[in-house]
Write a protein that binds this ligand. Structure first.
Ligand code: SF4
Length: 94
């Protein structure tokens, strides 16, 4: 698969979420709120969501991690169901 986001050349990605990547994978609700707010300002939000859905396919919520494009694992699973994604990564239960 060709990467839709190039973290080396895409300055927006470098500036916004690579400065503190732990924020996007934190279990603290306050951190996740900040991450979501930053995603809302990110010009890559739509692409980011598409990449997450492409990578995760129809994976179960417990196999999804972090905030991508402002969406948490439950929201991404719901979106995957709504868009008809049925792919489940090999070895994972949906
Ligand atoms: S939408 Fe959020 S997670 Fe995606 S690249 Fe932008 S800041 Fe990072």
């Amino acid at each position: 698969m060709t990467a839709l986001i190039d973290p080396v050349t895409d300055h927006a990605l470098l500036v916004i979420c690579q400065q503190d990547p732990d924020l996007w994978f934190s279990n603290l609700p306050s951190d996740r709120t900040v991450a979501r707010e930053l995603c809302e300002e990110c010009p890559l939000q739509e692409t980011c969501i598409r990449v997450a859905l492409d990578i995760e396919g129809g994976a179960a919520v417990q196999h999804r991690h972090g905030i991508w494009g402002g969406l948490d694992p439950v929201q991404r699973r719901r979106l995957a169901e709504e868009t008809g994604l049925t792919h489940t990564p090999e070895g994972e239960a949906a």
